[in-house]
Design a protein around this ligand. Structure first.
Ligand code: AKB
Length: 353
């Protein structure tokens, strides 16, 4: 369904100030809209290919069901709003992208490029820099085999960036695109406006949400395990019990994004940061699920292809730069993630006693 033709602004009317959130109906978007509204923000324009429920609509100035790759939609945003912040969450995750790599590239890279261009055009039209918040991923890392993964331990932002998935390639390239728009965009033209975009990214580990079900990620086994237990359903885990990668809870992920966004740019030594909270094995996750949901029935039937992706992602990440530059602190450790967030949240969602 093509978006409506752009509505030209009336003469004399100013465009409304706005923060744009793409992929707002997804896992991160769901929590981000709530956190922004709770913080008193009333200028959110939310876009998603999927519809929005009434609760989400109540949190936003406007909700738009549309494709960020469609030019008419981008032109309408340009004519209607003075956008000073963009949270670009729209993406096809690692597992889903492997079935349609070219489509994944179109969405993940094409969409990001169009939004970076919108940010630069907005900055030139209203004269203020546009803050562009970008959720990158541990998928940008590629360890050659399990021995290399063990040896590497907690990897730093500039190590092992040889992704083995299209999604990881997309995220890594978009980090470079963001850096280009922030520091080198149109560097040879005379009428260049310096630094139109303030690009900031976080390389998220696996994310576990109590409020939403994961969709299309290779790290989804952690959240799927917990949700299945809460519904009283058996769960067949698609990775080995010894599989270990970094994770964090959704509230921790959203808090980190908002803290980074609010940090004075002078304090930042880099565009993109690692963050993490805990790095459990799949077996340790299953044990905790069994402790909090005694009837949980979890088995392990590794899918060799998805296991290979997991084995290329790091055991852990070094988040010292985030801690030093903008005071990042994990919101939960593994046990408090279950006790304080996941178990009460998921029991409320499924009304499990
Ligand atoms: C995925 O599993 O693809 C994502 C990610 C780690 O970026 N959740």
């Amino acid at each position: 369904m093509p978006s409506p033709a752009p509505t030209p602004p009336d003469r004399g009317l100013r465009r409304s100030g706005a923060t744009l959130v793409t992929g707002a109906g997804g896992e991160v978007g769901h929590g981000l809209l709530g956190a922004m509204h709770a913080a008193g923000r009333r200028n959110i324009v939310a876009i998603d290919l999927r519809g929005f429920d009434e609760g989400q609509q109540a949190l936003c100035r406007e909700t738009i069901v549309g494709d960020i790759c469609e030019r008419p939609l981008l032109q309408r945003l340009q004519s209607m709003y003075e956008i000073t912040e963009i949270y670009h969450l729209a993406a096809l995750l690692s597992t889903r992208t492997e079935f349609t790599p070219e489509a994944g590239h179109e969405i993940n890279v094409g969409g990001t490029l169009k939004l970076l261009h919108l940010a630069a055009a907005q900055a030139r039209s209203h004269g203020k820099r546009v803050k562009f918040m970008f959720p990158s991923s541990i998928a940008v890392y590629g360890l050659s085999d399990l021995a290399a993964k063990e040896r590497a331990g907690a990897v730093g932002e500039d190590e092992f960036t040889q992704p083995t998935t299209m999604y990881g390639c997309n995220k890594l390239y978009c980090e470079h695109l963001g850096r280009y728009y922030a520091h080198h965009y149109r560097q040879l033209v005379q009428d260049r406006m310096d630094h139109t975009v303030d690009f900031r990214g976080i390389r998220y580990p696996g994310l576990i949400s109590a409020e939403t079900l994961p969709s299309g990620g290779t790290s989804d086994y952690a959240a799927e395990m917990v949700h299945a237990a809460a519904e009283g359903k058996p769960y067949s885990c698609f990775v080995r019990p010894d599989t270990r990668i970094p994770f964090m809870t959704m509230p921790g992920a959203i808090e980190a994004l908002l803290v980074l966004a609010a940090t004075d740019e002078q304090r930042l030594s880099r565009c993109v940061y690692n963050v993490k909270s805990f790095s459990p094995s799949a077996a340790e996750l299953a044990d905790l699920v069994g402790e909090f949901f005694p009837g949980a029935l979890i088995t392990f039937e590794p899918d060799p292809q998805r296991q290979a992706i997991m084995d290329s992602w790091p055991l852990d990440v070094d988040d010292s730069a985030a801690r030093a530059d903008w005071g990042y602190q994990p919101r939960h450790d593994l046990r408090s993630a279950f006790k304080e967030y996941l178990v009460p949240g998921i029991k409320a969602r499924y009304k499990t006693l």
